[in-house]
Design a binder for this molecule. Structure first.
Ligand code: MG
Length: 371
């Protein structure tokens, strides 16, 4: 191993209100510091090398793989969140390594088939503690990943675990909830990414006409910016230009509003910044309203589109049947879940087994067991 200290420049450039790696609360299982990676760089690397992360490539974000290959998967959504969050974090002089680790882990607990899968597992586990993808992410990184001989899970820094835990608390975007600014940044980037790419994907898939998006004032502004910037675009070029403008509107507002709050308050350290009554890194009130309007439009026209609802119903019944089959026949569970039956009960072990699966693996398993 190369024997040198972590590069000093990254920490020196951080604002006082950023989370500094040297102040980390450490890991549940103590480990020596690394020769040349900061704690959060190691966290990021552990997440990227995990099998749960790789499986995101074949898990539904909103639209299933059966619907083509243009739209986002859970993995590409995750990478878009990381990309947006890092831009915001660097501009605000926050800890980019921590931001990247949080972003790459934020959806790692999603089961196959997106929210349809989550709803069905929650229903199947209703008498056994329920199912929530944010909680499942913690199970994965604390228990289910088995890559290291010295500890279960990935033994991530406590700041990552606390950030992921806060995602379960159903905070409104403007609530602080004791979240570090890096956590607030990733949460804001998540909603920017999915609003922009769901609009893009839905038009590509023909679920909504691009003109219908003009019912959202925000989309309408983004589209006007694209028209102003480019004299003549074909339909595809125009849509993509408008999506870029939309992301730009979101991100510029987020940075401006957050910078204003940070300048006004000037918090002297990360904890002081985290424990404010309202989130310091969040969109302006006006942008939040416009974002809600776009979300309502996407909800009505896209998330409740007959094709999406049909896919949800089919995926849901496959998962429900598999859950019942595994509970009735625990011997059919892969061996690595046997220990979980002992510690957390059969139903939870079945939930973990199904939640780990990619869409494809779940459909294959279902076809094999129910043909
Ligand atoms: Mg997400």
């Amino acid at each position: 191993m190369v024997n040198q200290s972590p590069p000093p420049d990254a920490e020196a450039q951080l604002a006082p209100y950023a989370m500094h790696g040297r102040d980390t609360a450490g890991r549940v299982h103590a480990e020596p510091t690394h020769a040349y990676r900061s704690p959060y760089q190691r966290d990021r690397d552990r997440i990227v090398h995990s099998s749960a992360f790789r499986r995101l490539a074949h898990k539904t974000q909103v639209f299933t793989g059966a619907m083509g290959d243009y739209h986002r998967s859970r993995l590409t959504h995750t990478l878009e969140v990381a990309s947006i969050a890092r831009t915001v974090g660097r501009t605000l002089r926050l800890n980019e390594d921590l931001i990247e680790a949080l972003a790459l882990a934020h959806d790692i607990g999603h089961p196959p088939f997106g929210h349809a899968g989550e709803d069905v597992l929650n229903e199947c586990l209703a008498d056994h503690g329920g199912f929530n993808h944010n909680q499942q992410a913690l199970r994965i990184v604390e228990l289910l990943e088995t890559r290291y001989p010295d500890f279960p899970g990935l033994n991530l820094s406590r700041e990552i675990l606390a950030g992921q835990q806060s995602r379960s608390d159903k905070l409104r975007p403007a609530d602080s909830g004791g979240r570090l600014l890096e956590v607030q940044t990733v949460d804001a980037a998540d909603s920017i990414a999915y609003n922009a790419h769901d609009a893009d994907d839905a038009v590509e898939l023909g679920m909504i006409a691009i003109e219908d998006l003009d019912a959202s004032a925000l989309w309408s502004s983004a589209a006007a910016n694209a028209r102003r910037r480019y004299a003549s675009l074909d339909a595809h070029q125009f849509r993509r230009a408008a999506v870029h403008e939309l992301i730009d509107l979101f991100v510029s507002d987020l940075i401006t509003a957050s910078q204003r709050r940070l300048t006004d308050l000037n918090p002297s350290n990360a904890l002081l910044a985290a424990f404010q009554p309202r989130a310091l890194v969040s969109s302006s009130g006006e942008m939040n309203e416009q974002k809600l309007e776009l979300q309502r439009l996407l909800f009505e026209r896209v998330y409740r589109h007959p094709i999406v609802l049909d896919q949800r119903a089919r995926a849901g019944s496959a998962l429900r049947e598999m859950f019942a089959r595994f509970v009735a026949n625990p011997a059919a569970l892969p061996r690595r879940f046997a220990a979980i039956v002992e510690t957390d009960g059969l139903q939870r072990a079945v939930g973990d087994c199904l939640a780990c699966m990619t869409d494809h693996a779940a459909l294959e398993e279902h076809a094999r067991k129910f043909k």
